[in-house]
Design a binder for this molecule. Structure first.
Ligand code: DAH
Length: 331
């Protein structure tokens, strides 16, 4: 004979098993456990009614109730295991490293054409035994002019229109003052190459900038002649332009050299002026306490922008300063 209690237990089992089978997460599963098997759950509710059963019926219904409880518990365990496995699988899938994925693109920085030009010049002269020297950009009249044999009111001052500071100092108009500073602190023999930024009150256009860069060269020793200067410049030009280009020396004037020359290089069918140079003037030697009867030397100076423009066929000096990536990425 089937009692109401038996029917209730059967339908509880059915309902519980199908509800558990479709739970999608562990929290929901725990809720179902409490709902069916908890102290105040549906199974307890039914079992409370067992008190009213007769002594013969009680063990039989009790056994059924245990079966129901076991079946539900069993289903809960299985579903928990399944959900935990699924969770682990999902985690593993999310953390899998796919080595066939394309890499992340990181843009590479590059060296500015002005810096690469200076680097190249320095490399050449260091290879010829020169040492790199530098000096301040804010200079005194003495180092920028006086000591370089350009006294006040000398017409040569007009060659370099100068920015003066209110304290009487100035922004150096060339790297030549590094010659003086270096000679003051060293004894011959000297071989230095001095790169640096210089300033002039020039109107900005395609070939002029108020701020630009020069490299200065100075060699002092016993018995140095114009031949040494020529040989050095020729070797430099050859390494700089990568070919044995025709080089010509044109007589010129600089207050700090005597004789002075400007150097032209035959480049792409034209003579191109690349630097000023000459034998160090005896007055410059005297200003640093060197005896011009004992020592001779040569000096040279040139514009870095000009070299960069020639080497890379850049048509306008302003392109070197505007930080336009479309331009810079070509180097
Ligand atoms: N200082 C000169 C200028 O800026 C360039 C120069 C010419 C430097 C001749 C030298 C030199 O050392 O010998 O125009």
């Amino acid at each position: 004979m089937t009692t109401q209690l038996e029917t209730d237990l059967q339908s509880l089992q059915q309902e519980a098993l199908s509800a558990i089978a479709v739970t999608a997460d562990l929290d929901a599963l725990e809720q179902l456990r409490i709902n069916y098997l908890g102290k105040k759950g549906q199974l307890s509710l039914i079992l409370r009614a067992m008190g009213k059963l007769s002594a013969e019926e009680r063990p039989r219904i009790g056994a059924i109730a245990n079966e129901v409880k076991d079946a539900v518990q069993n289903q809960l365990d299985q579903q928990r295991q399944a959900l935990q496995n699924a969770e682990i699988q999902a985690k593993l899938a999310a953390e899998t490293l796919d080595v066939t994925m394309p890499g992340v693109y990181r843009p590479l920085g590059r060296i500015h054409p002005l810096n690469s030009t200076v680097d190249k010049v320095l490399e050449i002269f260091v290879g010829l035994g020169y040492t790199v020297a530098t000096g301040p950009q804010v200079e005194t009249d003495y180092y920028n002019f006086e000591a370089l044999n350009i006294p006040a009111d000398h017409p040569a001052r007009d060659m370099q229109d100068t920015f003066f500071l209110s304290d009487g100092r100035l922004l150096r108009t060339h790297t030549s003052p590094v010659q003086i500073r270096y000679m003051e602190n060293h004894e011959p023999p000297i071989r230095i190459v001095a790169p640096g930024r210089v300033y002039r009150r020039d109107t900005v256009d395609a070939t002029h900038s108020a701020v630009f860069h020069q490299v200065e060269l100075l060699a002092i020793d016993k018995g140095l002649t114009f031949t040494d200067l020529k040989g050095t410049i020729k070797e430099f030009v050859k390494q700089m332009f990568g070919e044995d280009l025709p080089v010509r020396f044109r007589a010129s004037y600089f207050p700090f050299t005597e004789p002075s020359a400007e150097v032209d290089v035959q480049w792409k069918g034209k003579w191109l002026e690349v630097m000023g140079c000459g034998m160090v003037d005896p007055n410059v030697m005297k200003s640093v306490g060197y005896d011009p009867e004992v020592y001779t030397g040569f000096a040279a100076g040139f514009g870095v922008e000009r070299f960069a423009m020639v080497l890379h066929q850049i048509d306008d000096i302003r392109r070197l300063y505007t930080s336009d990536l479309r331009f810079l990425q070509q180097f």
